[in-house]
Design a protein. Structure first.
Length: 67
């Protein structure tokens, strides 16, 4: 029974070392994104035709009498 426990612990330790080791075989790289080739320049916003007229306040509703 002791040999089985010792073998299990040894195998687990070996797998842990193999998983955490830095062997240098990982050659993955990241790639940056490229902007679109033809970007259209932004046009200035044109105001609405009635934008020069100031906004009118909403008409006041008559208050209901208190009962």
């Amino acid at each position: 029974m002791k040999k089985l426990i010792l073998a299990s612990v040894s195998a687990l330790a070996l797998l842990g070392v193999a998983a955490c080791s830095d062997s240098g075989t990982d050659n993955t790289t990241t790639q940056s994104t490229n902007p679109p080739a033809a970007e259209q320049p932004m046009k200035p916003a044109t105001p609405a035709p009635d934008a020069t007229k100031p906004a009118e306040p909403a008409p006041a509703a008559p208050a209901a009498p208190a009962q």
